[in-house]
Unconditional design. Structure first.
Length: 232
């Protein structure tokens, strides 16, 4: 079955152009002009990815994203006309998987969609379940617990935590994590890794200054510091 992409933008010509490029790549395309329509479409149509413009006539795109994350882990790529880096990082902190800045080339958007969807959940064989210092990461059920309490992570945050936890002690640079989790043709800022690491730490109750799970290697990247047991 082809992947489906929900394009959310209040400008009809942008939706029309993106539809053309995405359909040419074999995707089923759904359109929404408002945040309310987007929320309805995510619930009823269950797309594989949402291209979500931040500036919408009813709900701010970031609010739409927050609401989506209340019931779905669908991939979300934010589209913004704001150049300020803080907007991109704030968006990613509430669960976006990537961002694109206007003006954009439609080919770039199509390439970004391909890159995100190549990280399809549960592909590439069955990764091993990880148990470490009270943390359990189960790739089969995509569930995380700390001291037997469930932890809510976005799909991308789960993938990032699993990548680190399956190689305890190994230091990953930001670029290595981008290639491993986001995909080799990610176009964005490497600092998106920092944003997601902060979000994971917050969800796990981890302290960057005295880490239980994820340690920072200054000037290099991150590593999983807890001794892990991997269930085959």
């Amino acid at each position: 079955m082809p992947h489906s992409v929900l394009v959310v933008d209040d400008e009809p010509h942008i939706r029309r152009v993106l539809r053309g490029y995405l359909e040419a790549d074999g995707y089923d395309v759904i359109e929404a002009a408002t945040g309310s329509q987007a929320l309805t479409s995510v619930q009823s149509r269950r797309p594989d990815l949402v291209l979500l413009d931040i500036r919408l006539p009813d709900l701010d795109g970031l609010e739409v994203l927050r609401r989506i994350r209340g019931f779905s882990d669908v991939y979300v790529v934010l589209v913004t006309a704001r150049a300020e880096e803080v907007d991109k990082l704030v968006g990613l902190a509430v669960g976006a998987d990537d961002y694109i800045t206007k003006p954009f080339a439609p080919r770039e958007v199509a390439a970004r969609v391909r890159a995100v969807l190549r990280r399809a959940r549960g592909t590439g064989g069955a990764p091993s379940r990880v148990v470490a210092a009270g943390l359990t990461v189960d790739p089969e059920t995509r569930e995380v617990t700390v001291d037997s309490m469930p932890v809510e992570l976005s799909a991308l945050e789960f993938d990032l935590l699993l990548a680190l936890a399956q190689a305890p002690g190994r230091v990953y640079s930001r670029r290595q994590l981008l290639e491993k989790v986001w995909g080799g043709d990610f176009f964005g800022d490497e600092r998106v890794v920092d944003v997601h690491i902060r979000s994971i730490r917050r969800a796990l109750g981890d302290d960057a200054t005295a880490p239980r799970f994820i340690g920072t290697v200054r000037g290099v990247g991150y590593k999983f510091v807890a001794a892990s047991e991997v269930d085959r």
